[in-house]
Design a protein around this ligand. Structure first.
Ligand code: ATR
Length: 286
């Protein structure tokens, strides 16, 4: 089966093509999610996962366009390169400085970022957690953290502290918002003295590797929501820490994945599908 092979049985050449580009991508749930959204909305679409290594996004997108590609999701490690590939971007993508959704408008890409809205929707709508006046800790300062930071900032939280293993990157991320009284940084070694947080977001990629992060239990209390932007095995270590720290909620990023997909679907098709059925299906299989 080619990388652009149809997920539909009939007239594959007539069906609009969409894809997620990233590496590693083999275990992506996005093709299933978008297939379900298409079925639910009555929109025929062909959505595949394309393995694409760092530095190869432009070439892969050119090939995709040639094959009739109309829209794409972009994941690790291409979210910065995706912004550079766009002729125009949404306000939220410009603010985030990273793009996870591409739409072909004429002969150019329009870029958007639905990661932030996906995260906030999952926390506030699915889990019914009120973010107003929360003290937030974001762990990590890479593309994942950058993608959600403006949306977290805009959600009514009281303050955000960013902590990254490499402190310079945390400082750069905080500067993107430019509100030093509400967004500041802390050294990892100083986390022990940073107090307790209402929401702790793990935006590091530590769960994809071997090492577990060294996180003091003093960061969490019984009202704390711990949220890992990853899901599956990559989220296990952080969620185990959160339970051991007696957090009120220990949430993985599966809900965010479904919500950002629904927002991307709306960017492409003008309809926001209902997310609950596919979320339950994925959760049951997780
Ligand atoms: P992504 O797009 O997933 O954000 P990234 O831009 O490579 O990927 O960023 C990965 C993030 O995870 C970084 O904040 C990284 O910290 P550094 O900037 O210090 O590299 C963080 N990270 C990865 N492994 C980690 C670990 N074992 N402990 C702590 N932070 C880690």
């Amino acid at each position: 089966m080619s990388e652009y092979a149809s997920t539909h049985a009939a007239d594959p050449d007539q069906i609009p093509r969409f894809a997620v580009f990233g590496s590693p991508i083999a275990h992506s749930r996005s093709p299933l999610i978008h297939r379900r959204f298409g079925e639910e909305s009555g929109i025929a679409l062909n959505y595949t996962a394309v393995e694409c290594r760092a530095g190869e996004l432009d070439a892969a997108l050119a090939k995709f366009v040639h094959a009739g590609g109309r829209g794409a999701n972009i994941t690790m490690p291409h979210k910065f390169d995706a912004l550079a590939a766009c002729a125009a971007v949404s306000d939220r993508a410009r603010r985030a400085g990273v793009v996870n959704t591409l739409r072909r408008d004429g002969d150019a890409w329009f870029g958007d970022n639905t990661d932030g809205s996906g995260l906030i929707n999952d926390i506030a709508e699915r889990h019914r957690i009120d973010l107003r006046s929360r003290r937030v800790l974001i762990l990590g300062a890479g593309g994942a953290a950058q993608g959600v930071l403006p949306a977290v900032f805009d959600s009514g939280v009281d303050s955000i502290v960013i902590c990254n293993r490499t402190p310079d990157r945390a400082d750069r991320l905080a500067d993107l918002i430019g509100e030093p009284t509400r967004v500041r940084t802390v050294y990892w070694d100083d986390l022990r003295d940073a107090g307790m947080f209402d929401l702790i977001i793990n935006a590091t990629s530590a769960g994809h590797g071997q090492g577990m992060m060294d996180l003091p239990f003093s960061l969490a209390g019984r009202r704390t929501v711990a949220y890992d932007l990853s899901y599956g095995t990559a989220a296990l270590a952080f969620l185990a820490w959160a339970r051991a720290a007696h957090c009120e909620h220990a949430l993985d990023g599966l809900g965010m994945l479904v919500e950002q997909a629904a927002d991307s679907f709306e960017v492409w098709h003008g309809i926001r599908p209902d997310t609950e059925a596919v979320y339950r299906e994925l959760r049951a299989g997780a």
